[in-house]
Structures are given as C-alpha cells and as structure tokens.
Design a protein around this ligand. Structure first.
Ligand code: MF3
Ligand code: CO
Ligand code: CO
Length: 290
C-alpha cells in the first residue's frame, strides 16, 4: 500500500483530505486483511462518482435493450434476429455492442441455447423452437463505460426440469449478489451459490467466472461462482463487477466447440445463466443493471 500524506487529497478523487477520507480504511481495515493473505484491490478498481455515473447510464441502455428482447423472443425467430435487434437498439442509443469483434467474436450479443453454457454465436440457422431455453448476454459500451447483463428466456412449453434449472440459477445469482458486503472476500459469493446448486445436485461451471467491469470489459476481480477456501480479493466500495453463475443440470464440466467460442456442457445436460453488473457500496451493494 502506498503512503500518502495525511493532508494530501485522497487518492479516491473525493477532493477530501486523505486523513478525513480513506486513510482509516486503508490502515485499519485493508492492511490487516492484506496481512492475513487476502488480495487487496488496486486503487484503479475503486471507481469514482463520475465513473459510476457513466456505468449507470450504460446500464440503463442495457436494461432497455433487454426489456425489448423480453417482448421479442419467441418460437420461430432465429438467434440472428435477436442479434440484429440488439445491434440496432444499441446503435440507436448511441452505444457500441462490446462483444462485436471482441477477440474476434463476430456478433453483438451471445445467444446460448439448452446445452450451450455461454458464448453461443447468433446464427440464422438457429431457430428457437418450443421447449428451448436460451440465455441472451449483452454488453453495452456507452461513452466508454461498460455494462454487462444476461437473462434467460423459456420458449413455449418448457419441461419442468428446465423451468426449475432456470429458476434456481436466478436464485443463485440473486443470493450470490446478496453476499456482497464491503471488506468481505469476493469468494463469499461463490460459496453461497455453490451451496444452493448442491441442494439440487446441479453443477457450477468453474471455467468461466464473473469479472470486474465498467472501465473495461473484463478486469479484476475474478468472481468465482463455486466454493473456494482461497483468500480471494476483498470487496471495497466503488468496485463494480458481474455476478453471472452458469449452472448445469448435470456435471460442471464443459468444452469449447470448433468455432472456438461456443461453450457446451460435456455431458450434454441443460445449462442456464443470469448476469447482473453490481456496485459495492458502503452498506452492501447496488445492482446497476436492474
Ligand atoms: N458477456 C460475456 C460476459 O459476461 C462475455 C462475452 S465475450 C464474447 O463476460 F466474446 F463471447 F462475446
Ligand atoms: Co460478464
Ligand atoms: Co455477459
């Protein structure tokens, strides 16, 4: 931890003197946790009011797009049509879809059907049919600020087991988010999620995790959705990250298809995912994509 004069302006950009702002937290809370072996976030991960406001505005665009999708997604449409709608609505909002050309990803959202865990590529060949479950994941860049969210959709008459998986996965996300408390380790989130998944015999995907978001698409911290005893990063007010559990009806294990993107369950079982972008606050958290 670097040393700042007590009368200097605080590193956080509040304009207050360090001794009246973050000094006590740095010295009395974070330093002891660091000595216990926990990871302490770099100052660059603690966002200021202006940055948070930028992410909030980006999130408002993401929410608006997802709400439109709620009324659009139904049997008979292709995932390419979903992509086109996301693409158009994002442009109309003066924003950019973060996934387009991201490490070569060719589309403006991810569409992951049934046994696809995540990163499904929209295609005019993939037509939604009765009984499908699908996750649509969108990430919006507005004025340089990123917001990341996804929802599940059930097409027509969906089996009871699929309905249960979708519902429990949402509960995993929500309860995981409720575990967000300042000055606690981020690993608490995955511990809560894994407990719920275990009750149902579901697998928690380990290969893909939540992530810091806001100024970049993917940054620290890594938000694991599975149980860990590791000393993970401490959550500090002003951090923004996603909680996005991927829950499989069967085993957690997955593989990537030949397109180098689509992640599927190895045992071909169904998979569901929900995602929110969340801000750590002084008292707990605020879901920005709600
Ligand atoms: N939106 C995904 C996430 O939640 C990332 C998609 S990257 C892509 O982190 F390239 F596959 F689109
Ligand atoms: Co994400
Ligand atoms: Co996402």
């Amino acid at each position: 931890m670097f040393k700042l004069g007590r009368n200097d302006k605080c590193w956080c950009g509040s304009g207050r003197k360090y001794k009246q702002c973050h000094e006590r937290i740095d010295e009395e809370i974070l330093l002891p946790l660091k000595k216990q072996g926990y990871k302490i976030p770099d100052k660059s991960l603690i966002l200021n009011a202006e940055q948070i406001d930028g992410i909030r505005k980006s999130a408002a665009v993401s929410i608006k797009i997802m709400d439109e999708l709620d009324g659009f997604i139904k049997e008979g449409i292709s995932t390419e049509q979903i992509n086109e709608l996301v693409d158009r609505l994002t442009a109309e909002a003066g924003a950019i879809p973060a996934t387009l050309n991201y490490n070569g990803f060719p589309k403006s959202c991810c569409t992951s059907i049934n046994n696809v865990i995540c990163h499904g590529i929209p295609s005019d060949k993939d037509i939604l049919k009765n009984g499908d479950i699908i996750n649509v994941d969108i990430t919006t860049i507005l004025n340089g600020y990123y917001s990341d969210m996804s929802r599940m959709y059930m097409i027509g008459d969906v089996s009871e087991n699929a309905k249960k998986l979708v519902k429990v996965t949402k509960e995993c996300m929500e309860e995981g988010i409720k575990a967000i408390k300042p000055y606690e380790p981020v690993g608490n989130i995955g511990n809560v999620i894994n407990d719920i998944a275990d009750e149902y015999g579901y697998g928690v995907v380990r290969a893909l995790c939540g992530h810091g978001v806001g100024l970049d698409f993917h940054s620290e911290p890594t938000v694991e959705h599975f149980r860990t005893k590791a000393k993970t990063m401490i959550m500090v007010p002003g951090m923004v990250f996603t909680v996005e559990p991927m829950i499989n009806e069967g085993s957690f294990s997955c593989k990537v298809l030949d397109d180098d993107w689509t992640v599927v369950t190895r045992d071909n079982s169904l998979s569901a995912q929900w995602e929110h972008t969340v801000l750590v606050t002084e008292n707990g958290y605020e879901i920005l994509t709600l």
